[in-house]
Design a protein around this ligand. Structure first.
Ligand code: SAM
Length: 191
């Protein structure tokens, strides 16, 4: 998986970006105080959403396992004049504890969680729960199940709810699509 994403960034084929940053995220962060809020992007790619959010006045942290994507994110942040408000970490979202991240007020994931195998998905949830402050919001956009080459891709909402239940309460969902595939937005509260 890392190889495929590294190749995509190398070839400039990272065409999964949603531009502009989805209103589901921008509308949610609006209620948070700018100077005191740190926002984490899990699977941030080249950090384009982190930059939009930093330009809106928030501190942002991005994590991705592709070194090229992280280098581009840092460079673009410099160019955009938001280097001070942004931090980018190269690492596996399934091993967040290794990154020693500061606590964050809100986290989001656009299209990364549904890529993980079960073991990494479980570790992701534990790492996220450790880094997100109590009552913090987690926004997730993930595929809902479909058959692809004889295997199921994505999660049913009930499954997501169950997987996150030890540390999160799903407060709202909204059906959507990601590229042309069915997907769901989740707004969760850290318990
Ligand atoms: C579909 S892209 C979405 C990127 C970005 N969130 C966006 O909306 O443009 C998925 C991203 O997750 C990253 N990724 C996948 N598995 C990962 C993992 N285990 N740890 C860290 N990053 C991962 C990929 O490198 C890629 O940048």
């Amino acid at each position: 998986m890392k190889f495929i994403y590294s190749l995509a960034f190398l070839l400039g084929a990272d065409n999964w970006k949603i531009d502009p940053t989805p209103k589901e995220i921008m509308e949610t962060i609006k209620s948070l105080p700018k100077d005191e809020t740190t926002i984490l992007d899990l699977g941030c790619g080249d950090g384009h959403d982190c930059l939009t959010i930093a330009k809106a006045g928030y501190k942002t942290i991005g994590v991705d396992f592709v070194p090229l994507a992280i280098r581009k994110a840092r460079k673009d942040a410099e160019k955009a004049g938001v280097r001070e408000q942004t931090s980018f970490y190269q690492g596996n979202v399934g091993n967040l504890e290794l990154l020693n991240l500061p606590k964050v007020d809100l986290a989001y994931d656009l299209g990364c969680f549904h890529l993980l195998d079960r073991e990494n998905a479980q570790k992701y949830i534990e790492g996220l729960a450790a880094v997100l402050k109590k009552d913090g919001i987690f926004i997730l956009k993930a595929f809902t199940p479909r058959q692809q080459r004889k295997r199921t891709v994505g999660y049913a909402p009930q499954e997501i709810e169950k997987m996150f239940a030890s540390s999160f309460k799903v407060e709202k969902t909204s059906d959507h699509s990601y590229w042309r595939f069915p997907a769901t937005w989740y707004w969760m509260r850290k318990l």
